[in-house]
Design a protein around this ligand. Sequence first.
Ligand code: SF4
Length: 361
Amino acid sequence: MQQNICKISKIGIPRAMSYYHNYPFYHGFFKELGIEIVLSDKTTSKLINEGTKHVVSETCLPIKVFVGHVINLLDKGITNIFIPSIQSIDYKINNCSKIRGLPEIIRNVIDRPFNMIEPTLDKTEKIGFYDFWNYTANAVGVTDKKLIKKAIDAGWEKYDNFLEMTKLGISYQTALENALNGVFENRHLQSVKPLSVVIMAHGYNLFDERISLNLIKKLEKMNVKVYTALNVSKENSIKSIHELGELMYWANEADLTGAAAYYLLNNKVDGIIAISAFGCGPDSLMVDEISYHAKKANMPMMNLTIDEHTGEAGFVTRLDAFIDMLVRKKRKETLIKTKINSISENEQKTEEKRLGFSNLH
Ligand code: SF4
């Protein structure tokens, strides 16, 4: 039997970028290999400032944040850090150049010695999941094929449970904690609230509470039901993009355009909130696409552009104004429907005209 020598006992994982979507997999995989995971601390303004100092100012906020997390791990004395290069997730479905070149960015901006575990996923070039995880295992000193397979299975199990729970309506944080602890909650959460919105955003912007300035919690406090890409199956997201007549090019397109398109086409929400990073090319294209279709469908949409200077006060003012507008719009529509149902066809037309109904559609 092949002997495994696990050369690495600890691995650092930056709490940024792919962490927000893939951490259940990373957790299952490394734990099965018997490797301790050390996460960087949660994002703070100090950590963002640290990352910002190392890159040119035009760099998007998530990359500045990622750099800050790597520095945070180095400050904790971690010398093996997992920094994947996720090039394409399907044939010609690509990530942006910054995500593709993440290891290169870090190598060039952080001048401190450490060992980077930098597997590549590039389905366009036929470098798939097995190659990605096999490389990772070898890089941490594990070569036993059976153990690698077992670790991949453990990763999938946690990842699938996490996704399944979020589809049932369980919050991101609870689903994550449950998945990491090996708990599966099989209960549908269908809370009914007077207003609902879908948030169109990368997981690394939305679920990082400092970057999103706690957007989900703020909306929930306003009694607004929040939907995200995690509540829609990948099949439905992709189908919705095609139904809008759009094409998929970006790796995050299913999560952003797809989720917004699904709720828009099914008329399931009262509004769309997009969070996009200042200077992000893919975000601006995807937000423009959805804005166009939202306008055609008379669905209100707000785009919050974020960078390291985004302040809480301006953010909350815009959010309050948007939600207030949704409430007024919904009240008006409800009033119109109530009146229209109780009058004749001629009276209905007159009433529609008087209330400006035609302006709403
Ligand atoms: S997709 Fe946009 S926000 Fe994300 S890393 Fe690339 S440029 Fe930055």
